[in-house]
Design a protein around this ligand. Structure first.
Ligand code: IPM
Ligand code: MG
Length: 346
């Protein structure tokens, strides 16, 4: 039976990187793609970034593939105006996708594209596990003419389930990020992560790292990290920083997963944004989107062989010299597709 995939191309370069991705997927299996309007495009059409119909369609799919949302057209600080990002947050919350996985593994072919020296990043292979449906992103917000507040709160259960996800994904070590010297939520986080470790995963090493120190160590010794576990906002910030180790944020895929025992579909998207400055020119790097599709094959649909074939084709294309402008080359989006397609069939 065909896998039912909801596709959300979104805004900016979104549609340009989604189209070649669907072409690649078409070579790898039997999929029914159902496209929906999302983000800024949905604000223009329906006044909100995520309609109830689209959320319902996502709920009924086997997996959701998302490109990118946002753009200057919808930028506003007016709290009463809709924003494209609300679609993303609504989708994460609406589908219960509490675990965000962001693997960061600089490819040897791109070592010299990194702002860090080759010796420093060689062998880096880490996974950011970011809590995605709690914390300051989803706490109560207030605003008056002269003040504003965002509440950050976590429950024991929320910390437990994301900690389990992190320990299960770890090969040797979990570095749990917090600000326990200042924040009460961080002290709860540290206690609960420690308890889950002692009870269920004593064979994995656990260290607690303060978030400012983690930011420094990511640059100073990225090879040290295996799994980096963080609450929502710390994970947001550290994953952009970690992404840059690979030379371009245009290389990083992500998976957002819910309860593994419920039929919640996963959401798969590149970490980068909609890049409005280069939208419509056909020069966007589609590789993070391709790699997000690979994560969908593996984590969302149980197609590990197909995922590996796609990842291998991307890696070989890069080793053979494929470089889009963000990687210092001149390849267009279409040429990147051709290069990966050619290595997929060989
Ligand atoms: C991300 C993005 C989003 C986030 C924004 C667009 C709301 O930065 O997925 O990392 O902060 O989670
Ligand atoms: Mg981010």
């Amino acid at each position: 039976m065909a896998h039912r995939i909801v596709t959300l191309p979104g805004d900016g370069i979104g549609p340009e990187i989604m189209a070649p991705t669907l072409e690649l997927l078409g070579r790898l299996g039997d999929f029914d793609f159902e496209q929906h309007t999302f983000g800024g495009a949905s604000i223009d059409a329906h006044g909100v970034a995520l309609t109830d119909e689209v959320l319902a369609a996502c709920r009924g799919a086997d997996a959701v593939l998302l490109a990118a949302v946002g753009g200057p057209k919808w930028d506003t600080t007016d709290p009463s105006k809709p924003r494209p990002e609300q679609g993303l947050l609504g989708l994460r919350k609406g589908l219960g996708l509490y675990a965000n996985l962001r693997p960061v593994k600089p490819l040897p072919a791109l070592y010299d594209a990194s702002p860090l020296r080759r010796e420093r990043i060689e062998g880096t292979d880490l996974l950011v596990v970011r809590e995605l449906t709690g914390g300051i992103y989803f706490g109560e917000k207030t605003r008056t003419a002269t003040s504003a507040s965002d509440v950050c709160s976590y429950t024991t259960a929320e910390v437990e389930r994301i900690a389990r996800m992190a320990f299960s994904a770890a090969r040797s070590r979990v570095s749990s990020v917090d600000k326990a010297n200042v924040l009460e939520t961080s002290r709860l986080w540290r206690e609960v992560v420690g308890a889950v470790h002692a009870r269920e995963f004593p064979h994995i090493e656990l260290e607690h790292v303060l978030v400012d120190n983690a930011a420094m160590q990511l640059i100073a010794s990225p090879r040290h990290f295996d799994v980096l576990l963080a609450e929502n906002m710390f994970g947001d910030i550290l994953s952009d920083e970690a992404a840059m180790l690979t030379g371009s944020i245009g290389m990083l895929p992500s998976a957002s997963l819910g309860d593994q025992n419920s039929p919640t579909p996963g959401l798969f998207e590149p970490v980068h944004g909609s890049a409005p400055d280069i939208a419509g020119q056909g020069i966007a790097n589609p590789l993070a989107m391709f790699l997000s599709a690979a994560m969908m094959l593996r984590h969302g649909l149980g197609l590990a062989d197909e995922a590996q074939a796609l990842e291998g084709a991307v890696e070989t294309a890069l080793a053979d010299g494929l470089r889009t402008p963000d990687l210092g080359g001149g390849a267009r989006t279409g040429e990147a597709l051709e290069a990966v397609l050619a290595r997929l069939s060989s």
